[in-house]
Design a protein around this ligand. Structure first.
Ligand SMILES: NC(=O)c1ccc[n+]([C@@H]2O[C@H](COP(=O)([O-])OP(=O)(O)OC[C@H]3O[C@@H](n4cnc5c(N)ncnc54)[C@H](O)[C@@H]3O)[C@@H](O)[C@H]2O)c1
Length: 421
């Protein structure tokens, strides 16, 4: 079976929602012709309006001219069927996050696309290998996980399934690069990399709140001081607490106790406190203000918390390390499982969630021995959420001070944290 020669030229995007239209905008802005497909004309129209809005904002900022914006818009064709896909080299599926919707799409596309075409999924969590099993081209099926908003965020997690070929990985990396993105290869695992590392941290922020170790505002401020663009509670409100609950429950089912879902999150969702989308989460959201501008705490959360909190509180001085070390520990677990190259972890967290300093820099700052001792201290206090990775213990025993000693960043092609700044 011959692979297509040359570069990807014609791309189809399936799903014209928030992600599909953002991905299509990114494609046309970088010179690709795109066919964008959804199930109803009003959905493709909405996607097209979103692309127009993105292009208009570039015109306003004088990044492109209005003539260019018109040309780019003409590079997007929309349709509600699978006609005219014979010339398509690469499909990015960004439809609903439901396995039966996606498998039907993969099955259909496999029948009509040219044999050499690649089918990529922007799924947040579903199995790439499972999607591939519904096609006769498992070697040309891959995950291409963009971050929201897709035309802005620089990270793309490139996720090979069990049978994905090296050539498909390279083609996908090349496509990501030609969109001005940084593609980080993440071997398939639940949550891929960024969500897998973010959730133990957000979850632990919830536990710290439940234990009354610090307030919502204090923890959010500490996160910003650490180098995150916003605190965990602001982030959860923006993401949607229902989405956070689904993802955390999914990760708990896959990985077990390290991800044990916090009760407050469940309670908030049960009470309809979904964050920005329901105008109330940890904060009260005033739609007339920019997101995050209002720092007024939702009194209903405090009410729910007082029902949850035990009278006897743990008398341990609170440090933000308690909240951030689960992210560090999970990063080492991911490396232990060969999910990702060490040097790519900080790159992914920087481009995927705006972490200004690397999470692995904790070992540079304090030493691995300190990191392990802290994690073990919290493990003794709080149990399995803090079980340290055996690999972390192994490297501490070997006397390595800083985990980055294990890799030579200078050999990485454009992916070292040093090159980010
Ligand atoms: N929103 C995010 O932050 C985010 C980030 C990364 C990945 N994702 C993933 O991207 C995908 C899309 O998410 P979204 O936020 O754009 O959702 P969305 O609800 O905004 O858009 C989904 C679109 O898919 C369309 N659709 C449904 N069935 C279809 C079909 N059979 N064929 C073609 N189109 C179909 C819907 O009509 C809708 O327009 C999901 O898999 C999601 O998990 C989302």
């Amino acid at each position: 079976m011959s692979y297509f020669e040359g570069d990807v030229k014609n791309v189809a995007v399936i799903g014209a929602g928030a992600m599909g239209s953002g991905i299509a905008a990114s494609l046309v802005l970088n010179g690709f012709k795109v066919i964008m497909i959804d199930i109803k004309p009003e959905f493709v129209d909405k996607g097209l309006s979103n692309i127009k809005r993105i292009l208009d904002s570039r015109v306003k900022k004088e990044v492109i001219t209005s003539d260019q914006a018109n040309e780019y818009l003409k590079s997007v064709k929309t349709q509600v069927d699978y006609d005219n896909l014979a010339e398509i080299d690469f499909v990015i599926e960004a439809a609903l996050e439901k396995i039966d919707v996606k498998t039907t799409i993969f099955c259909e596309l496999d029948k009509i696309l040219k044999k050499s075409a690649v089918i990529a999924s922007n799924t947040s969590a579903l199995s790439i290998s499972e999607l591939a099993s519904h096609t006769n081209r498992s070697d040309r099926v891959i995950g291409m996980h963009f971050f929201n908003p897709a035309h802005v965020m620089k990270l793309v997690e490139v996720i090979p399934g069990l049978k994905t070929s090296q050539k498909t990985i390279e083609t996908t990396q090349k496509l990501a690069k030609s969109l001005g993105k940084v593609g980080v290869v993440v071997n398939e695992c639940p949550g891929f990399l960024v969500n897998r590392l973010l959730f133990p941290y957000m979850n632990e922020a919830l536990y710290a709140l439940e234990l009354n170790l610090a307030s919502i505002v204090q923890i959010d401020e500490m996160a910003v001081q650490f180098g995150l663009p916003m605190g965990p509670f602001t982030l959860m409100d923006m993401t949607g607490l229902d989405v956070c609950l689904d993802v955390n429950d999914f990760l708990y089912n896959e990985y077990g106790e390290r991800f044990k879902t916090n009760k407050l999150l469940k309670l908030m969702v049960e009470n309809g406190l979904l964050g920005q989308k329901s105008k109330a989460g940890f904060f009260v959201h005033d739609p007339s203000l920019a997101y995050g501008a209002n720092k007024e705490i939702n009194p209903k959360v405090l009410e729910l918390l007082s029902g949850l909190r035990k009278t006897e509180q743990i008398k341990d001085e609170f440090s933000f390390n308690q909240v951030i070390l689960p992210m560090f520990n999970e990063a080492i677990y991911a490396y232990q499982e060969k999910v990702v190259e060490l040097a790519d972890i900080d790159v992914a967290m920087s481009y995927g969630c705006g972490l200004k300093r690397g999470i692995l820099s904790l070992s540079n700052e304090h030493g691995l021995k300190w990191c392990l001792a802290q994690i073990e201290k919290y493990h003794a206090l709080y149990g399995e959420r803090f079980r340290p990775s055996w690999f972390l213990k192994k490297i501490v025993r070997s006397g390595i001070y800083n985990i980055m000693e294990m890799t030579d960043n200078s050999q990485k092609d454009g992916l070292s944290l040093a090159k980010l700044t």
